[in-house]
Design a protein around this ligand. Structure first.
Ligand SMILES: *Cc1c(COP(=O)(O)O)cnc(C)c1O
Length: 369
């Protein structure tokens, strides 16, 4: 049985009519680019703000830009330090470096998010902010992070690129810190049909600053540039697609959680994702751990099952950060888990028979061990 790790085609089939119509409308209106008068982008911003539980959403070109713009709005610049988890997609750290600041890595906990017990050791006089990442869709320990940030006068940016709709203690992720960023990359839980991103905050000053940065320093008046900004806009087509898909997001999330529960019932002999107390995990990825990861990956491939590794190397050990000379002992948890983690196929449209086939294949591999 052929099972992809994500099946965007299966999803498109369920909403084809609405999507095709929404794209046609944008073309008919020539509303291609998200300048301040684009109603498709404005509508999506308002709808997503309501969904995310914030007052303001600023649409932008992608999730990486979102982090960079939000950090700049927080005042992060050359010479500053920003704390980021050792295991995440590189954007989280890249955005820090692109502002001339230094990403300072902290090891992860058993839920794959930043280990709050190790944050304070990483704080120096130069530290400006912390970026918790709700990796795989699992909320980071925001309560402890906010306490530490308050004690040391640090800003908090939540990287919600993998966690649309995730919650901690009944509160949406992205509403805990000063500002939050989202990616709408096609494969994310809410994905466009191209690149797109967004910034969410309830702080008007920060929202205005992000808006200015993303549209060449303009805010309310065209050709009045308050500052030098940059160009980071969401396309009209992406906004229209996202508005259609947002209506289905809660339903898709419920289905992801159901699928995860089914995997858990069928796979009790393997290390399953742990869910923090009070957390609603939205399973962007369903990540298991095994000592025989590479062999299991190969075995599943032979069965037609596509799996992923997120990520094969923790950030500190990438070539890109070799100038810092990190050793495995500096981030032991991140270093160890990257040898064991495997992301099983996960999407709302997975059928029962697909889930059973994946689980059966994993179990029969383990029985061979
Ligand atoms: C996808 C992702 C991003 C970046 O989003 P893009 O839209 O691809 O630029 C940032 N952080 C994390 C954790 C991500 O998974």
């Amino acid at each position: 049985m052929k099972i992809p790790s994500v099946d965007l085609k299966a999803q498109y089939k369920t909403i084809k009519k609405e999507i095709d119509m929404s794209i046609k409308n944008v073309i008919a209106d020539c509303a291609y680019v998200g300048t301040s008068s684009n109603k498709y982008v404005q509508n999506f911003e308002n709808e997503f703000a309501k969904f995310a539980g914030v007052k303001y959403v600023i649409a932008c070109a992608n999730g990486t830009d979102a982090i960079e713009i939000a950090l700049r709005a927080l005042g992060v610049g050359a010479g500053d330090e920003v704390i980021v988890p050792a295991l995440t997609w590189i954007s989280t750290a890249e955005a820090v470096s692109s502002l001339g600041a230094k990403p300072v890595f902290v090891d992860i906990d058993e839920y794959y998010s930043i280990d709050v017990a190790k944050i304070e050791k990483a704080i120096t006089k130069k530290t400006k902010a912390i970026i918790p990442v709700h990796l795989y869709g699992a909320p980071a320990d925001m309560i402890s992070i906010l306490k530490i940030a308050k004690k040391h006068g640090l800003k908090v940016l939540e990287d919600c690129a993998q966690a649309h709709g995730a919650e901690l203690n009944g509160k949406k992720v992205g509403t805990f810190g000063d500002i939050a960023t989202f990616s709408f990359f096609p494969g994310k839980n809410l994905g466009a049909y191209g690149d797109a991103g967004g910034i969410a905050t309830s702080n008007k000053t920060l929202a205005d600053m992000c808006r200015k940065i993303s549209q060449h320093g303009q805010l309310d008046k065209k050709h009045f540039h308050y500052i030098e900004g940059r160009n980071s806009r969401m396309d009209g087509i992406q906004a229209a697609v996202l508005s259609v898909k947002l209506k289905y997001l809660n339903q898709w999330t419920k289905q992801r959680i159901k699928n995860a529960d089914k995997y858990c019932q069928l796979l009790n002999k393997i290390d399953l994702p742990k869910v923090r107390s009070g957390a609603k995990h939205v399973y962007h990825l369903f990540v298991i751990q095994t000592d025989h990861r590479d062999q299991l990956q190969q075995y599943l491939k032979e069965q037609g099952i596509e799996v992923g590794i997120h990520y094969p190397t923790a950030l500190p050990f990438l070539e890109a950060y070799k100038q810092y000379h990190y050793k495995p002992a500096d981030f032991p948890v991140a270093y160890e888990v990257t040898k064991k983690i495997l992301s099983l196929p996960m999407y709302a449209e997975l059928t029962d028979s697909q889930i059973k086939f994946v689980a059966k294949s994993v179990v029969s591999f383990l029985d061979l061990k």
